[in-house]
Design a protein. Structure first.
Length: 303
């Protein structure tokens, strides 16, 4: 009796999804030039996915971009009538119970929430997913793709399990489970992209996933900052951080000088100093999985 009730309950839950999936498959035939892009993170801090959305829009696709809207995406994205941004709500962990239980409940709720958001969107010929974070987004996007007939494309930036291992240790049961999950569902994708050849080779050798390397390129809206604006920034930073201050005082006390630039008091013309130090600007963060000390050691060896 109990088994029959469980089967009936499962059918009651799955039947609406199957019916909705069949309807969305029919709709997808009418939306062959539509892509659903998923970022289980802040869209404004995901420049690569923003570039993907802009590139797809330039090639005639309509794009629905799902992600957290904690920071503002670029204006070109907001002004493009082919791109629709759908905000996701970031779910918080429970404050009760063991940490593993809290994490498990959050993953389950997030999976149900993402499933609901995807199923009520216009179906796409492709579901474009950024990984990490891939838990639970890879499995959910694959499942939605099966229901709706969409092909899953994963853009591999890193491994989610390795980042989790920095907190819990590489041999923690959660990390090992996350690795199995990422490897298993990653193989179910139809197409894979990655940032570097090293990532492509690692995916092929260890996970048997064939990926295409697509290097990061700055978008067309990135241009060199005008020298006058650079000078103002250096002067402002110099008031707070000594490396940006002038190493020597100018002959004319009215002349503004930073460690890199100076503004002529009479003409207001800004020029670069000849004996200025090197300035390194990085777009990445300084975390344990992105060891900045390697770059700094390489720079020191070149001096």
């Amino acid at each position: 009796m109990a088994a029959s009730c469980l089967v009936l309950l499962a059918l009651c839950l799955l039947l609406p999804l199957l019916l909705l999936g069949g309807w969305k498959r029919w709709r997808r035939g009418r939306a062959a030039r539509h892509v659903v892009a998923v970022v289980l993170g802040d869209v404004g801090r995901s420049p690569r996915m923003q570039y993907h959305a802009l590139s797809l829009a330039m090639h005639g696709f309509s794009v629905t971009l799902l992600g957290f809207c904690n920071s503002k995406p670029h204006d070109e994205l907001l002004q493009n009538n082919r791109i629709q941004i759908v905000g996701l709500t970031e779910l918080q962990s429970l404050a009760v119970g063991p940490r593993v239980f809290q994490y498990g409940v959050k993953v389950v709720l997030q999976a149900m929430y993402l499933l609901w958001k995807l199923m009520w969107r216009e179906p796409g010929a492709y579901i474009f997913l950024q990984n990490p974070p891939g838990l639970p987004s890879i499995a959910v996007c694959w499942f939605v793709g099966c229901l709706c007939g969409s092909k899953l494309v994963i853009d591999w930036h890193n491994y989610g399990y390795s980042i989790m291992g920095l907190v819990h240790g590489p041999n923690h049961p959660l990390v090992l489970l996350a690795k199995w999950y990422e490897k298993f569902f990653g193989r179910l994708s139809h197409l894979n992209l990655c940032v570097t050849n090293a990532m492509r080779e690692d995916l092929a050798d260890n996970w048997h996933i064939r990926a295409v390397t697509v290097y990061d390129k700055p978008a067309s809206f990135f241009k060199e900052t005008p020298l006058d604006l650079q000078h103002r920034l250096f002067m402002k930073l110099g008031s707070m951080h000594s490396p940006f201050r002038a190493r020597s005082e100018p002959e004319d006390p009215v002349t503004e000088r930073s460690a890199f630039t100076e503004r002529d008091a009479g003409s207001g013309l800004v020029t670069r100093l000849r004996e200025r130090p090197a300035l390194l600007v990085s777009s990445t963060s300084w975390t344990e999985d992105e060891d900045f000390s390697i770059l700094l050691a390489a720079l020191e060896s070149r001096v």
